[in-house]
Design a protein around this ligand. Structure first.
Ligand SMILES: [Zn+2]
Length: 706
């Protein structure tokens, strides 16, 4: 996933404004690190000095400064030009972005009730501020004046693209509405910003409260020793010594579901997971989702679109809900067929064991593991020792060196927001500085679930000099235990490669302006393509070493891994597509006030024929993607799958470490995404539009593939 990224840095532009402030305002700013020039190495945020009371004054000052910058632009007596309007806007709000980048990074990775309170206070201020800019008539008039003359201006490709996107952003933000409509729009934006926060708070509270506690050893039947140790460690952290606790965090829940022989406990844990936000308690998210969906629909209609999905998709490669729905349907039928076959194979095991029950959602992982052992003679826990976190990290570094000639140098003694964070400097092969990468690997109670890459500073050029970006990579990977380092599952290995791809996109970016306009359904291209390398035998040989013996992963195990690459793909694709369809269903409604959430969900799933043993990857009440940045956009992962599988074919054709192919990918995609039309960039890399077949093949959805 990629979290909404808010970047920023200080710039000379503001120095003049500092002198305009009243003395009293400067007083309260004396000890606030956000107001001081950064003297930290690489100008990283001074996390050690930032206190909770610093945020709100800094947010307010950031808003004030950006408004002043906008006022300077609109008051300019000169004829509106690209430089004095579009480029000036691109360079505004850097102070505010700086504050936001730090605050939202922490709100995701290391939150607490103080930060949540600040987030609630800041949300309406930021929402109003962004409306003040987007609905500023003088500003829009200037943008339009430049836009109307665009044919006569000698603009670069990046500038033309920025101009068009800036103009369209105003239209999409309500610039053409009348006064009463604008007032209503502001109100909707305010309400939505707060509802989104509330959804996230409820979800975090529910996630932290959902777990099972085991008191008797016999209830651990089937669990490998490492999973038992992990349960004991978790119990200790919760002050429950002598017991075992399994939470709904993926590194804890998945192994339990895979191995526990206690079916009632599997059910208990899985229910704890999939009922989050749907327990009719204080953290219930049903009413919140209904409100969000309703207000989003109203906003879309106000702006002239039939539904929220129409509004969102206009900006994406897919363009319309019809295209997305047809695309999802094209994949759904063969994927469901495959999943049904997988379910039948598992039911056969249940019947053979005379267990006398039908496969349920809490059984899937358990019987999938049995099936894998039966078919391919290895299990997940046999692989983990070869995927110690440190080795996987080195593997990714080696890959980036082979492809792009990059070097990674650990930087110590930087101010951090948590002691577990590791920082690397990323350098070109020549030694020149490219940027910094903050990595934060393990779950904590203050961390949102999942994995994401974000940014503390965005790349752009200031007076002809590249401003180096700072990327963050945040995951919830298996923790080290008392007797072993962090040993990753294959899924976690993929996730690491994935998020690293997002970070590479941030770190290698090479554009003049700060603004990027990447279609949501292309965002996952740089990340997903990285997953293709993770299990390539030629790369495994370089990094997958046993954490105790140092032995390289045996060829036989690699062959089994490869042979099993299509294993469980029916399930994976179906649970993902079901969630994508759920997201599209919510956002193609014209309103949602009178809907029963559970009933709606169940109707959508019945209509597509989802089998009861599978539930959507995310149910409505914990579907964070759908609420936070991927509304009518969860389909993007598989849409980008078409791009990444086709792009990876280019590497397979010329060799997976081919430097020339890598260079083309870097120059056109990693450096330029968001600064020019995506398909144009893609074709420049690949020489043609992407084909669907490589994706279908990779998921076993082509009839001729066994
Ligand atoms: Zn992603």
């Amino acid at each position: 996933m990629k979290k909404r990224s808010l970047f920023g840095m200080l710039t000379l532009l503001f120095l003049g404004l500092l002198f305009l402030q009243p003395a009293s305002a400067q007083e309260g700013q004396k000890d606030n690190p956000f107001f001081q020039t950064r003297i930290t190495p690489f100008q990283v945020p001074p996390f050690d000095k930032i206190q909770k009371e610093h945020y709100l004054p800094a947010f307010k000052e950031g808003i004030r400064r950006e408004q002043a910058e906008i006022d300077t632009i609109t008051a300019n007596p000169q004829v509106p030009s690209f430089a004095n309007t579009i480029a000036a806007m691109d360079h505004s709000g850097i102070f505010l972005n700086d504050v936001s980048a730090v605050f939202y990074a922490l709100l995701g990775a290391e939150t607490n009730s103080d930060l949540q309170t600040i987030a609630r206070e800041a949300a309406p201020l930021l929402s109003a501020h962004s409306d003040n800019i987007n609905l500023n008539e003088k500003l829009f008039a200037r943008v339009k004046a430049v836009y109307d003359r665009r044919q006569n201006l000698k603009l670069t490709t990046e500038e033309s693209f920025l101009l068009e996107n800036t103009f369209r952003k105003f239209i999409r933000s309500g610039a053409l509405l009348d006064a009463a409509q604008k007032t209503r729009l502001r109100d909707l934006n305010q309400q939505l910003s707060l509802l989104g926060l509330k959804f996230g708070e409820n979800l975090l509270a529910e996630t932290n409260a959902s777990r099972i506690t085991i008191e008797n050893r016999e209830d651990l039947a089937g669990l490998p020793e490492s999973v038992v140790t992990m349960g004991a460690d978790t119990a200790k952290q919760l002050n429950l010594p002598g017991k075992w606790v399994y939470t709904v965090q993926v590194p804890s829940m998945t192994p339990f579901l895979q191995y526990s022989k206690q079916r009632p406990l599997r059910e208990q844990l899985h229910r704890a997971y999939f009922m989050r936000g749907d327990r009719d308690n204080a953290n219930d998210n049903k009413e919140i989702v209904k409100k969000i969906v309703t207000l989003r629909a109203e906003r879309a209609q106000l702006l002239g679109y039939p539904t929220h999905a129409h509004f969102v998709l206009e900006e994406n490669m897919a363009k319309t809900p019809d295209t997305v729905n047809a695309f999802l349907k094209r994949l759904w039928t063969p994927a469901l067929e495959r999943a049904k076959n997988e379910a039948a194979e598992m039911q056969a095991i249940i019947d053979r064991e005379k267990s006398g029950f039908g496969l349920a959602s809490w059984d899937w992982w358990y019987y999938a593991e049995k099936l894998r052992q039966e078919k391919y003679a290895f299990d997940d826990s046999a692989l983990r020792p070869y995927f110690a976190l440190e080795n996987v990290k080195k593997g990714i570094f080696v890959l980036c060196e082979k492809l792009y000639g990059l070097r990674f140098v650990e930087v110590k003694n930087l101010p951090l927001y948590h002691q577990e964070v590791q920082v690397y400097e990323v350098r070109e092969g020549s030694g020149s500085h490219l940027g910094l990468l903050f990595m934060d690997f393990h779950p904590r109670p203050g961390k949102r679930g999942g994995a994401w890459s974000g940014g503390l500073r965005r790349e752009y050029y200031e007076n002809g000099k590249r401003v180096a970006p700072i990327s963050t990579l945040v995951c919830n990977f298996t923790r080290p235990t008392a007797d072993s380092p962090s040993l990753l599952s294959i899924d976690e290995v993929s996730t690491f490669f994935h998020e690293f791809g997002h970070s590479l996109n941030t770190l290698l970016a090479n554009a003049i302006y700060r603004s990027r306009n990447v279609p949501r359904d292309a965002v996952e291209l740089p990340s997903q393509i990285m997953e293709n390398w993770a299990l390539e035998p030629a790369l495994l040989a370089l990094y997958a070493r046993h954490y105790q013996t140092g032995a390289v992963i045996p060829v036989s195990l690699v062959q089994k891994l490869k042979a099993s690459s299509l294993f469980n793909q029916g399930f994976e694709t179906v649970e993902y597509l079901a969630a994508s369809i759920l997201d599209m269903s919510w956002h193609t409604l014209s309103g949602g006030e009178n809907i029963d959430v559970r009933q709606f969900e169940s109707n959508v799933m019945t209509a597509i024929g989802l089998i009861p043993a599978i539930i959507p990857r995310y149910r409505t009440t914990y579907f964070n993607h759908m609420i936070s940045g991927y509304s009518a956009g969860y389909y993007s992962y598989i849409w980008a799958g078409v791009l990444d599988k086709d792009a990876y074919e280019a590497f397979k054709e010329k060799g997976i470490f081919n430097r020339a192919t890598a260079k083309l990918f870097r120059k056109n995609i990693l450096e330029k995404l968001g600064t020019e039309d995506t398909m144009t960039l893609y074709k420049r890399f690949r020489g043609a539009e992407p084909k669907l077949e490589p994706l279908l093949k990779s998921r076993g959805l082509l009839p001729e593939i066994k």
